[in-house]
Design a protein around this ligand. Structure first.
Ligand code: FE2
Ligand code: FE2
Length: 294
């Protein structure tokens, strides 16, 4: 069954005339960041040499998502200050914005997709921090990218995707299940193939591919964090379909219950403090998206 979905996703992607690519400057910056002795000045120069990437980076650096600026004077200086991990995160975020923003024909409202992606990124990072996961930033990036297949599939198969949206809304089912019914595959498989094509690290490909797996108990830790964050965000109304199918599928309470059940398997966590830290999250996300989107 899983293999069938992947074969169908491959066939669907063969029909895409133009596939988005990671911008050359971003690809070069990622290569430089992977070198043993990273020269952050050189990375910043490469990023700022591409006008589109530079504009996106400036928006992200100035947004509430990066709260470190204070006394820093220039974007180049900020990138050097933020360091390789954070800059890697900014580049992948900008790639996601690029994919969603370029020639967008998706029937999904792109601002909703961004709010969902940033929401899942922020919640996944918070969950990661709460269990002492060694690289919480990785959880953030994985959260941003987890539904990249949804954006691509909806842009390239617009009519059928609209059918899936109507089905999800009318029957109160998850958009993922509606996709499977309409396409015989889903954004998880399409996203997985794209991630492989773009040479994303294997862990991210795993998150993109498995985040809808209903058997949460067997997921690798990073995928589990994103899968829980995904369910939580949909529960609080940060869904790629806006508020349309919220609560019909899986309410916030169910998502919290899943967190309580599964987080202890990947690390110990003070659940009450975690819940308190999530208050005000939807406002934080809307504010961040507003500042990048406008
Ligand atoms: Fe998804
Ligand atoms: Fe999602």
């Amino acid at each position: 069954m899983e293999t069938d979905k992947l074969t169908t996703a491959r066939a669907i992607m063969k029909g895409f005339t133009v596939l988005p690519t990671v911008p050359a400057a971003a690809a070069k910056a990622i290569r430089l960041l992977n070198e043993d002795d990273v020269d952050m000045g050189a990375v910043a120069d490469v990023m700022l040499s591409d006008q589109v990437l530079a504009a996106r980076v400036i928006r992200i650096v100035n947004s509430p998502l990066c709260k470190v600026m204070g006394q820093i004077q220039s974007v180049r200086q900020a990138l050097v200050y933020l360091g390789p991990q954070r800059v890697f995160e900014i580049i992948l975020t900008s790639c996601f914005l690029e994919v969603t923003d370029t020639n967008n024909r998706s029937p999904l409202r792109i601002q909703d997709c961004w709010e969902h992606a940033f929401g899942v990124g922020l919640v996944a990072r918070r969950l990661a921090e709460s269990i002492g996961y060694p690289q919480p930033e990785k959880a953030y990036v994985a959260g941003i990218l987890h539904d990249v297949g949804e954006v691509i599939l909806s842009q390239h198969r617009r009519q059928e995707y609209m059918r899936a949206m109507v089905l999800a809304k009318d029957e109160g089912i998850d958009l993922y299940d509606a996709e499977v019914r309409v396409f015989g595959t889903s954004h998880a498989e399409v996203g997985r193939l794209l991630g492989e094509q773009w040479n994303f690290p294997q862990e991210f490909v795993e998150v993109i591919s498995l985040h809808h797996d209903s058997n949460l108990g067997v997921l690798p830790p990073l995928t589990l964090l994103v899968a829980l964050a995904d369910r939580f965000c949909i529960g609080v109304g940060l869904s790629s379909m806006g508020e349309q199918n919220t609560n019909k599928i899986l309410g916030c309470a169910d998502a919290v219950r899943l967190m309580q059940e599964h987080l202890p398997h990947v690390g110990s966590c003070d659940f009450d403090s975690l819940m308190i830290s999530m208050e005000g999250l939807t406002d934080e996300v809307s504010c961040a998206v507003e500042s990048i989107y406008s």
